[in-house]
Design a protein around this ligand. Sequence first.
Ligand SMILES: [Ca+2]
Ligand SMILES: [Ca+2]
Ligand SMILES: [Ca+2]
Length: 213
Amino acid sequence: MRQTTRSNKRAPSIPLLIGAIAAGLVGFLAAPVRAQDFLGNETIQFSEDTTIEFEFKRTMGANRSTLGVRNIDTGEEAVLFREVTPFDGYVPGQPLTSSPTDFVGTVEAGTVKNGLGQASQFAEFKFKANNRYVFYLDSVSPSGQTTRTFESTNASAAQFNGALDGGSAGDAVGVRVAWDDDGLPSENKDFDNDDFIIEAGGYLVTVTCPPVR
Ligand SMILES: [Ca+2]
Ligand SMILES: [Ca+2]
Ligand SMILES: [Ca+2]
C-alpha cells in the first residue's frame, strides 16, 4: 500500500530499505521490500546514495553527549552534533544541583556544535547506497568518569516519530529522534527521551539524483 500511494517521481530519490534487509537479504528481496519513508529502530539502508539534513532541537541532560551515524559495514563514524560542554552554564568542578530545565543544552549558548565544529543546528550526512547504518549516542558523565554508548536499534534509547516526507506534526518536522542516555550513572534510569533530540526530513537533499520536484 505504501508503494502504491507513493509518488513515482519521489520514490527514486528516497527509497529507504530498512529492517528485513539487515540480514543480508537485500539481493533477494530488493523487489518486494517495501520502500519506507521513515527512519526507525531498524538498521538504516538506502538503495541509492542519499544525503539527509538533520536539525538539532535540544539536549536536556547533565551528561556531555555526542550523536552520530555509524556505518556498520565499514565501521566508519560521523558526528552529527556534539555537546562540547555537558550543558548550558556548566562550571567545571561545581557540584550538580537539580535543574528546572533538566540541564538544557543549546547551540546559542555554545554547548552544542555540529560535526564540522560549527555553531549550527544543521548537519548533513550522506548515506552510501547499500551500506547499513545506525545512529549512536555517546554520553560522558559530567565527571568524565563514565562513558556510555547507545545505538538507535535500542528502542529504549532512541524513539523515532514521524516520517521523512511526513511534513510537520505538532512542533515536530519530518522524523524526530529523541534519545535517552540512561540518566546519570548514580541515578535510577529515567527514560525521559529528551537528552538529545534531532529531526530529519523536510530538508531532504539529493546529491546523486535530479531534483524530485
Ligand atoms: Ca533528560
Ligand atoms: Ca547534556
Ligand atoms: Ca534521561
